[in-house]
Design a protein around this ligand. Structure first.
Ligand SMILES: Nc1nc2c(c(=O)[nH]1)N[C@H]1C(S)=C(S)[C@@H](COP(=O)(O)O)O[C@H]1N2
Ligand SMILES: [Mo]
Length: 263
């Protein structure tokens, strides 16, 4: 597996998504609750407010995205409103083809065998056990069309389906008073999230992309999709979930990316 150097690609970002990002920002600004120092500053709209930029050029957007890292995790957690939903979009706005990204090239995407796949749940959970893909598919499913924002400077709208993560955690007997959920992947990637985000209504244990089985490049057999978090907090090919009070860090987080990484 080759480690690719990550280079930001600011040029394509606004050209493709500028208009709808600005529309999101305007929607945010219209909400009185979200005026300066409202509950949830760290949406793109909120970032626009904070940074005083109108997100009309690439430099402004990238500066805005970087502002996220100026907040420490505790401040972000305080500002995060677990009941506030990220914007959703009509089917006509789905980005096709949806981009692939990982810390390696597309040729190195891990091949996970559906028949032998097991999702392991451990740590502070009564139901410490493994789940098969069929068991996950048998749980109640829902879907969402949301925007994925990568810190490298691009965003894209995609369509994901699967099990509400809060529902899964309840069925798995997770101690939802614990601080963290750690997520380990088949490609040795890992990340971790705060419990309020794990329980957020749009946090989805994703099994499908655009109504089809999640393809390998987007994380087969399972990724955790969180429209309230940046791309690197959305792990693909998850094989183990651990509920814990010990700070688990993450692949990019341990190299300096902001841990909270979201709104
Ligand atoms: N297992 C795993 N998950 C991962 C990554 C990775 O390298 N490995 N990269 C993250 C980053 S930085 C991004 S932007 C998204 C890209 O997801 P996509 O390929 O579905 O667009 O996956 C995230 N989850
Ligand atoms: Mo990313």
């Amino acid at each position: 597996m080759t480690i690719r150097k990550r280079t930001p690609q600011p040029g394509s970002f606004l050209a493709t998504h500028g208009e709808s990002i600005i529309r999101d920002a305007q929607r945010e600004l219209k909400s009185p609750a979200r005026r300066l120092f409202g509950q949830r500053l760290l949406t793109l709209g909120g970032i626009a407010l904070l940074s005083g930029c109108d997100l009309t050029n690439d430099k402004a957007v990238n500066t805005a995205l970087r502002r996220i890292s100026f907040f420490n995790d505790d401040v972000q957690a305080l500002l995060f409103d677990p009941n506030k939903l990220a914007p959703t979009y009509p089917e006509s706005m789905i980005t096709r083809p949806f981009p692939f990204n990982a810390f390696y090239d597309i040729d190195d995407v891990p091949e996970v065998d559906a028949a032998t796949y097991r999702l392991q749940v451990g740590g502070l959970a009564r139901g410490k056990r493994v789940w098969t893909l069929d068991e996950l598919r048998a749980l109640p499913q829902e879907s969402q069309i949301t925007r994925h924002i990568c810190i490298e400077g691009w965003s894209a709208i995609g369509h994901w389906g699967g099990v509400r993560f809060s529902d899964f955690l309840r069925r798995a007997g997770a101690d939802t008073s614990a601080r963290y959920v750690s997520l380990r992947c088949a490609d040795n990637y890992w990340t971790s999230i705060d419990m309020p985000t794990a329980l957020h209504a749009q946090t989805l244990l994703t099994l499908t992309y655009d109504n089809d089985v999640l393809p390998p490049k987007y994380g087969f057999p399972m990724k955790l999709r969180m429209p309230t978090k940046l791309g690197y907090k959305n792990p693909k090919h998850i094989v183990a979930i651990e509920i814990t009070n010990q700070y688990p860090g993450g692949y990019w987080e341990n190299q300096g990316y902001n841990w909270f990484g979201g709104s």
